[in-house]
Design a protein around this ligand. Structure first.
Ligand code: PMV
Length: 314
């Protein structure tokens, strides 16, 4: 056993959230300005495996971790699954977890935590896991987080590449031919993804024709956006983002705060804006250029954004 550390980024979904659960394509990119870091250090034999999360002021021994604890799925489950994968009991390791990704805000904090934990344990045990293996394990964790995940979060976070993702299909990475700038603005409202996903499922069951058509149009937008990203037609992404946001509102996953942030971004000169992730709260993304970025960020702050992060994609 050796000391080791591992990181994993956050993610943003550019197009296609929710519809991706029903087999439509979606586009997501890693968000490297935010990340989870896990440091693994061997400890003396009797100590077992201890997880320390200074951000939330918790230290817990794996063998004492109550599966009903609200933090169990985020911190305990990924560790248990990777130890099962190796077929070994609890090794004497201290795992220190730090994250700059806000939780329940559509930026993939759960998948990033699981990825960094699993990767760090593999390295500490001197059996580094391949990304395909890590992806399978993180997907298992995601299933416990929100029941019917599409798999997009774990895929983009584990491989750390822009992806064009279709559930159940082999990984397709995306070539960003011309880098573009996105602002990620936090509404400050936490919103668990599984609630929004469950509500969309009920909505679909109540009117399959109408909701199915919305999913199909969102999938179509993701396909058109892929070509625009790969050919550098960045400005054309703006209207596609706006339409995608409108369709997400019809799926009931926007909110007054998210609508307000999107409108403020557009009014201040963004090419387009939409919610990103599960919705109902969490973050919006706005497509900007160098001249509008500061103005749009100021406008977002004025209408209540808790935090605005600027990120260049590609
Ligand atoms: O809220 P997040 O970051 O977990 O993103 C969820 C994306 C959904 O499409 C709503 C669900 C899924 O599993 O793809």
């Amino acid at each position: 056993m050796q000391a080791a550390s591992a990181t994993a980024p956050g993610k943003i979904i550019l197009f296609g959230e929710h519809a991706v659960v029903y087999g439509q394509p979606a586009i997501a990119v890693p968000l490297t300005t935010m990340q989870v870091t896990v440091v693994a250090e061997p400890v003396s034999d009797g100590e077992g495996l201890v997880i320390t999360a200074p951000d939330v002021n918790r230290t817990v021994r794996l063998s004492m971790f109550d599966t009903n604890d609200p933090l169990y799925n985020a911190l305990g489950l990924p560790v248990r699954l990777v130890l099962e994968r190796f077929g070994i009991p609890e090794p004497p390791l201290r795992l220190t977890v730090r994250s700059t990704i806000p939780i329940a805000s559509g930026l993939g904090s759960g998948a990033a935590l699981a990825t960094a934990l699993i990767r760090a344990i593999g390295l500490a045990l001197e059996c580094p896991l391949a990304n395909d293996d890590i992806n399978t394990l993180v997907f298992e964790v995601e299933k416990r987080h929100h029941g019917t995940p599409s798999g997009i979060d774990n895929t983009v976070i584990v491989y750390e590449q822009p992806v064009y993702y279709v559930r159940g299909q082999p990984l397709e990475t995306l070539n960003v031919s011309r880098p573009f700038t996105v602002l990620v603005a936090d509404s400050g409202q936490e919103s668990p993804t599984h609630v929004a996903v469950g509500d969309v499922r009920r909505l679909y069951a109540s009117d399959r024709a109408t909701i199915g058509a919305i999913f199909a149009r969102i999938g179509n937008i993701a396909t058109v956006a892929r070509t625009a990203i790969e050919t550098g037609a960045i400005e054309s992404l703006g209207p596609l983002m706006n339409e995608n946001h409108t369709l997400l509102s019809r799926l009931t996953v926007s909110s007054t705060a998210l609508d307000r942030l999107c409108s403020a971004a557009r009014d201040a000169g963004a090419y387009g804006a939409k919610l990103s992730g599960g919705g109902r709260g969490g973050n919006i993304i706005a497509l900007v250029d160098e001249t509008s970025a500061t103005r749009v960020a100021d406008a977002l702050h004025r209408v209540g954004a808790l935090r605005v992060v600027r990120t260049v994609i590609g």
